[in-house]
Every structure is written in C-alpha cells, then in structure tokens.
Design a protein around this ligand. Sequence first.
Ligand code: APR
Length: 315
Amino acid sequence: MPRKKIALIGAGQIGGTMALLAAQKELGDVILFDIVEGVPQGKGLDVMETTPVEGCNSTVTGTNSYEDIRGADICIVTAGIPRKPGMSRDDLIATNTKIVKDVAENIKKYAPDSFVIIITNPLDAMVYVMQKVTGFPKSRVMGMAGVLDSARFRAFISMETGVSVNDITAFVLGGHGDTMVPLSRYSTIGGIPLPDYPGLSAEKIRAMEDRTRNGGGEIVNLLKTGSAFYAPGASAIAMAESIIRDQKRIFPCAVLCEGEYGHKGIFMGVPVILGEKGVEKIIEIQLTADEKAALDKSAGAVKELMSVVDNSGIL
Ligand code: APR
C-alpha cells in the first residue's frame, strides 16, 4: 500500500512544526510548499535529517512548485500572514483571502481528491474561500480551530486543578474569534462536568473561559513577532491523523453548517466525526438559551466576515 501524501502549503512557523510532527507520527510522505525560495527546501531537509534520529519512515521534501503536490491525499494550509500585536484575526482578511484563493486554485488543479484542512486566519472565512474556490464537497474542506481552542481550555483546566490533561475534555463551539463559545457544561474532569468539580468556582470557570477566548492573543502579545505555532500545528496534525488512520475521533472543526444549530450556509466550529471520509457527521447537541444566544452571536460575526469576502471582489 503506498504511503499517504501530505502537502503542507506554507512553510512558516506552523508549516515547519507540522512537517516534524507528521514525520514523527509516520503519517506519510510530506511535501512542504512555500513561495519563498529556499525556506521549504531548508526546513524540509532539516526535518528529513531528524528521521534517522527518530527512527521514522517518512520523507520530507521542500518545494516552490505546486506540481509537487500532485495527487496529495491531504493538504494543510497555513499560507498567509499571521497576526502582530494589536491586530485581530479579522485584520488579515483582505491579504489572506487573495493568498488562500491562489492556494485553492492550485489544490483544485493538482490535488482534486484531497482533504483540505485550513489554518490560515481569519479561519472560518478562509474555509469559506477554500470551499467556494475548489467547489469540493463539505466533507473534504474543514478548518482547524476548535481542536486548538479546546486544547487551550484543557491546558488551563489542568493548570488550575493539577489534574492530568489526559483526564480532561473540553468543548468549544462557534467561530475562531473573540466570540467563540467554550461550553463548560460539556467539559469534564475525569468525567465530572466542570461546574460540578469540587473546588472549582463559577468565577474560576469564567476566568478560564475568558483566557481560552483570548488564548491566541495572549501568545501574540508574548511573542511580539508572530502568533502561536506549536499547538496549532499539533491540532491540525491530530485532525489529519484521524482522517488518515480512520480514527473517527470527535473534534470541533470549522465546517459548512446546513441547518445544524439553526445556521445555514455558515462555516463555524461544531463537533464532527473525522474519519476516512473526512467530515463524516456533524454532532448536534442541545444548547441552553444562553449558549444558543452566544453561538448565534458567534455565527453573526462569521457571517459578517463572509460578506466582507463576498464584497471584496477578490473571488
Ligand atoms: N502561497 C504560499 N505560501 C505563502 C503565500 C502564498 N501566496 N503567501 C505567504 N506564504 C507563506 C509565507 O511565505 C510563510 O512562510 O505562508 C507562510 C506563513 O508562515 P508564518 O508567517 O510563519 O505564519 P504561521 O505562524 O505559520 O501562521 C500561518 O496560520 O494561525 C494562522 O494567523 C495565522 O494566518 C496565519 C497562518
């Protein structure tokens, strides 16, 4: 059986991290693409040279030619510009819409049967651009946001309670922005819902939810020259692994909602099952009136960004 082919479009901070993780997990052979000459080749060679040390059988190759992504099984897209301090994810929209459009045209041409995972921000709007330009079915186009947001939430819960991250689950819905909806009721420590966990006050829970919402900004402010890359890279690779190995994990992913949660034609974070067919199912859960109102607000913010894309004349 041939190895899977994983194309990483964008060889920046997240792209390089994903190349290393994909090779270490032996998910397949990795093609690292970027428009900057030398960077994908250099990072690709560097990661290739880790494989004897790590004992993993994956090849990693850098390129500036889209020809080399031909026949890729999965494309993960980080091409674009990241945030700087003081910028919101939405400030990136015009530049990154043009870039993602170009990437989408090339994916459509060279990897027409691939699954596509988008990381470029503003996330939900960029998933929309990818789906619109490629015309791929909704099961093959998804955004990485909820996996990262819930990982952040899990990390904060672990830091607060001292319990292993392995025993903590977290649930985050909605757009990947300040309006995202961390759902504490559905987040658990050893199976115990957060609000019922001994010693965890409503105030502490609220503080962790807020920190999750601002998790990306917190790192941008610390780094000053870019945005987070280890956790985003790990999150996207977990999604790719669930598809490649047909793990059928449940992850919150940005996908096209067609009536789920009362929203139609909107790309936003909802829990899905990821397997060999890509987005195999959207899981719809009952929300309280407050949770539904928060999700509707988040959907409204995504809708606004989608109309900025529509009115930009770029597509
Ligand atoms: N085609 C391909 N690659 C491109 C293009 C393009 N048209 N334009 C820019 N790139 C490349 C850059 O050369 C750079 O190597 O995209 C890469 C982006 O890498 P970084 O600047 O290091 O950004 P990174 O931290 O990896 O984040 C990428 O993910 O989380 C989001 O907000 C973040 O939108 C940003 C994206």
